[in-house]
Design a binder for this molecule. Structure first.
Ligand code: ZN
Ligand code: ZN
Length: 130
């Protein structure tokens, strides 16, 4: 199955040839990086992602990872851990996000009190340390 997505302004467009592993991330870094209450991260093998015109601009967001965003409109697009074969695309950037199915929570201990999404799903605590 081929999925497509892109940023708000259309400068960065992608296609993905793998069905993503989808989860909510409630960590503070995802919250700030998306400007939302939590992130919906969609993990795929890096080589299954094709950037159609322009690739995202990258900004180092921690000693472990970089985050990709559209250089024109600023839409957050990716979370990319150093040395990982996988890359995460932000769920809201898919053209058909309604068919994505989050399977668990990451950073559940940081979930905001008023966030109801994913309360019926398994919880994983944050394991990254630096
Ligand atoms: Zn854009
Ligand atoms: Zn996170």
């Amino acid at each position: 199955m081929l999925r497509r997505g892109g940023c708000l302004c259309g400068t960065v467009r992608y296609s993905v040839r793998q069905e993503p592993r989808v989860h909510y991330c409630h960590c503070e870094m995802c919250r700030r990086a998306t400007g939302s209450a939590f992130a919906v991260l969609c993990w795929v093998e890096r080589q299954t992602v094709s950037w159609e015109a322009e690739a995202p601009a990258l900004r180092r967001s921690s000693p472990l990872a970089s985050r990709g965003f559209c250089p024109q409109c600023g839409t957050p697009l990716t979370l990319d851990y150093d040395g990982s074969s996988e890359i995460a695309l932000h769920g809201g950037t898919f053209d058909e996000p309604n068919s994505l199915r989050p399977g668990y929570n990451y950073g559940a201990e940081r979930r905001l009190d008023w966030v109801c999404a994913g309360t019926d799903l398994p919880n994983h605590v944050i394991t990254e340390r630096w």
